[in-house]
Design a protein around this ligand. Structure first.
Ligand code: ADE
Length: 297
């Protein structure tokens, strides 16, 4: 997978564009070192044409702050999408087998790339989206700052056949899209084939991205040695060797935790017929209303 990031703060991603920054360490760093993902960090200002490398201007219609200029963003995306080196660095991966379509025009219309624009006014980024992105050949992230990017940039990219998502990582406002890109890239890269090395840990994630038994629930508590620490014992069932009992206990804990912290997820699961009789009993015992009427809200 190729990942391009366009930003006015390339140093955010590391002193040498990704090397030593958040994209160079841990799982992502290893995936990049293996060639499963190739990062290309670009300074938006290189596409500004004036002496001051201006990337923003005052908003039409008035209002506070500045808006990022369509012409600068348009030039950046055109250049990145016409870059002939945009295929995956790892030819053994399925998406690397599809060569990027050569284009006679300097501005390709159907690019094979997905443009992701992090913005607090976007659709919520979810584990399902992370799974879908992990199957993409090429992601291009456009980091907005100030009051955002001129809306015509997204419209134009869509009109040229590019898949475009405006996504939010939460109901709060960051100073720019860079931190959101790191969040999204981390959520996606751990789902790339071979990155986790343990398929089960994906399906047992909170939100159960892999569609396993914990699908739609927050993950419950976890423990490791020693068995007793500061007078606190690990729950006895985890030491029992009874795998069915352990799996049931883990689901019960996940249900209780989800009911307490994310009642909306329990309601969603109930609406999708995802709760069995035992699940309902556990929830009722935990004081969560699971009868049809009270769950409707
Ligand atoms: N940029 C600023 N705030 C953001 C948010 N909550 N999610 C994604 N991108 C953002």
């Amino acid at each position: 997978m190729r990942v391009d990031v366009v930003t006015i703060f390339p140093d955010y991603f590391g002193p040498a564009a990704g090397v030593g920054g958040p994209l160079g360490v841990s799982l992502i760093g290893k995936a990049a070192a293996r060639g499963d993902v190739a990062f290309h960090i670009h300074d938006l200002r290189q596409w500004a044409t004036d002496v001051h490398h201006t990337v923003d201007d005052t908003p039409f219609g008035g209002g506070p702050g500045m808006v990022m200029k369509a012409d600068v963003w348009g030039a950046a995306l055109d250049a990145i999408l016409s870059d002939k080196s945009q295929s995956s660095a790892n030819p053994s991966l399925p998406w690397a087998a599809t060569p990027s379509t050569p284009s006679a025009s300097p501005v390709p219309s159907v690019t094979g790339a997905r443009l992701v624009v992090p913005t607090p006014s976007g659709v919520p980024f979810t584990q399902e989206m992370a799974l879908a992105y992990a199957g993409e050949r090429h992601l291009v992230f456009a980091c907005g700052r100030y009051e955002g990017i001129d809306a015509r940039v997204v419209e134009d990219a869509r009109a040229r056949g590019m898949a475009v998502d405006e996504v939010s990582i939460g109901d709060y406002v960051l100073a720019g899209g860079e931190a959101a890109v790191v969040v999204i890239v981390e959520a996606v890269c751990r789902l790339l084939p071979g990155v986790l090395g343990n398929e089960r840990s994906v399906s047992d994630d909170s939100f159960g991205g892999g569609g396993g038994s914990m699908h739609g629930l927050l993950e419950g508590p976890v423990y490791t040695r020693p068995r007793a620490w500061r007078g606190n014992e690990v729950p006895a069932v985890l030491l029992s060797g009874d795998h069915a009992a352990i799996a049931r206990w883990q689901r019960d804990e996940a249900l209780r935790r989800t009911a307490e912290r994310r009642p909306d997820l329990i309601r969603r699961l109930a609406a999708a017929d995802g709760l069995d009789a035992r699940d309902r009993a556990v929830l009722i015992q935990a004081g969560f209303p699971v009868d049809g009427e009270s769950m409707a809200h």
